[in-house]
Design a protein around this ligand. Sequence first.
Ligand code: FAD
Length: 309
Amino acid sequence: MSAPPVRLSRRTGPRGLRVSFEFFPPKSDDAEASLWESIGRLAPMNPTFVSVTYGAGGSTRERTHSTVARIVRETPLQAAAHLTCVGASRKEVDEVIRSYYAAGVRHIVALRGDQPGAAGSRYEAHPDGYRTTADLVRGVRAIGDFEVSVSAYPERHPDSPSFEHDLDVLQAKVDAGATRAITQFFFDNDVYFRLLDRVRSRGIDIPIVPGIVPVQNFKQTAGFARRCGASVPQWLADRFDTLDEDPATRRLIAAAVAAEQVLDLLDRGVRDFHFYTMNRADLVFAICHLLGLRPSAAVPAEVTQVDAA
Ligand code: FAD
């Protein structure tokens, strides 16, 4: 007997599955076209939300804003804007938050951010700015009825003296009003479950959504991982070994690696997934398909044909 057809509700997939997608603001017309193509391809997967990052040091303030505002204007997707405390006074950050509210945005991903300049530079809060992420979360909540997501670190943040300190910081963000945490990416699922155990044993009960990065380019991902304190297991390096000149095989391996990771998380009870898309849809689309999601006709046709101009 064949299985009954799975009915997708607006934002929940089979077995209560929820996905969200992260994009970065485009720098050129070509990049803009490819971003909108990716949004159009992934929109029918009915994400809970799509988010747009904020460049290091606040360097993409306008581009982040215009991308998020356009998503709100032209698609039925829930858009979330990333926002950091870096390089701006509290007054300036509050203006950005208010302009998001006015544009119809109701979800902020609140972050401390990093000092612009050399990697690893010590973080210095702006003298008139939000000093910590928890302060920023409080500021966002005071301005409007926003959902606020924050970060969490399965492998310890590079600035942090200990996991316990990371948990103290997460607790402070939750106490300030954060409603969801999205993790830094990781490749060993056990580190995610260790974080989850620690978080739950503290009594923190917000969703801790795993951040998944499909390895579109191993060297780039490994470099990024080094900078943000995520470990790259030797088995992962081995899988991409000798494939530098073979992009077609690399893509197949990347799909297999990501499939293995998300299906293991799914088997172990995870239902929410946040994908770092790198503005490329194909791999993420394939992984969503593997998770059991199917494009929904519920998304109006215009979203899948977003004008890239
Ligand atoms: P917090 O959560 O405030 O702190 C992270 C950890 O750093 C803490 O747990 C704590 O242990 C340690 N720490 C913080 N301050 C101190 C201190 N003064 N002394 C000692 N330890 C300290 N960056 C961007 O620029 N733009 C983005 O759009 C963006 N999006 C992100 C999305 C996600 C889901 C994640 C996980 C990260 C993102 N980042 C982004 C990166 C983030 O800005 C950096 O990781 C930054 O270093 C920390 O910001 P945070 O909000 O995670 O910091």
